[in-house]
Ligand binder design. Structure first.
Ligand code: SAM
Length: 265
């Protein structure tokens, strides 16, 4: 039995199960398995699903939070409606999408269609849980895809952290490889518990892994105050000799993938 055949067979099995249980994507089982192990979502949670199309994770989020929760999904692509969830079409890294998400969150329409109690004029409602299965359009060139994905994950962190309540949970897909430690270290500065997890539904099928972060700290640890995850990733890549300082050599990692640059003598 070839490895490729086995992987395809595994994917088909999860796909069939998804279809039989009414999920839109086999990826729904990845979030279910993450939830089983880490209980990221609790009843009544306000949840943001980043990279939500076609909606498997959104379906699971609605199930787990129940009628008193709130679920907002965002993706570049439009998805068919999911009862109880609000879907935003847009790029999560763009200000207009971010504003739209904030507006929906403040409006506070719950899964059951009723409204959360209003927040005071000087208060901002925040999410309890943020789940992200975001993935760039893959080219098949692993180094390039992994580099783009890592930058995207760093951007998702930077956009979503201010929207997450202290004590809240965050999970993101991340591709194994160069620079991953930069993001893992940055996460450890912001959460008390950070763990990599490979759910059974994604094992054998790709090099993706999920970074599960629990208990967001009220503020980042000392070394990370005033910096962003994207900056910390860049610093890590520079220190590893993977990119040079952006003032000296502009590296367009999105186009090329990260390349290890030999350290100067
Ligand atoms: C693996 S799919 C998500 C599958 C989804 N979790 C599910 O269960 O149905 C990854 C998604 O990330 C989305 N994506 C990639 N870049 C994005 C961006 N900048 N903003 C919003 N969504 C993005 C893609 O459009 C794609 O639909």
């Amino acid at each position: 039995m070839s490895k490729r055949w086995f992987q395809a067979h595994q994917r088909d099995t999860w796909r069939r199960q998804a279809r039989s249980k009414g999920y839109r994507a086999r990826s729904a089982f990845k979030l279910k398995q993450i939830q089983e192990k880490f209980t990221l979502i609790r009843e009544g949670d306000l949840i943001l699903d980043v990279g939500s199309h076609p909606g498997g994770w959104t379906q699971v989020s609605v199930e787990e939070t129940g009628p008193n929760g709130l679920v907002i999904g965002i993706d570049l692509l439009a998805s068919a409606p999911i009862e109880g969830a609000q879907m935003v079409i847009g790029d999560v890294t763009e200000t207009t999408s971010q504003e739209l998400i904030l507006d929906l969150l403040q409006a506070g329409t719950k899964v059951d269609g009723t409204s959360l109690p209003p927040v005071g004029a000087d208060e901002t409602r925040l999410f309890n849980t943020i789940v992200s299965d975001i993935s760039p359009r893959l080219t098949g060139q692993y180094d390039r895809d992994q580099a783009i994905s890592l930058e995207l994950v760093a951007m998702v962190f930077d956009f979503t952290m201010p929207l997450l309540v202290p004590g809240g949970s965050f999970v993101t897909k991340i591709f194994q490889g160069t620079g991953i430690e930069g993001v893992v270290n940055a996460a450890k500065q912001r959460f008390s518990r950070v763990q990599r997890f490979s759910p059974e539904a994604s094992r054998n099928s790709s090099s993706e892994v999920f970074l599960v972060c629990k208990n967001k700290l009220p503020r980042p640890k000392k070394g990370s105050r005033g910096t962003s995850v994207a900056q910390e990733l860049n610093t890590h890549l520079e220190s590893e000799g993977i990119i040079q300082h952006k003032d000296s050599v502009p590296i367009d990692s999105v186009k090329s993938g990260f390349r290890r640059i030999p350290k100067k003598e």
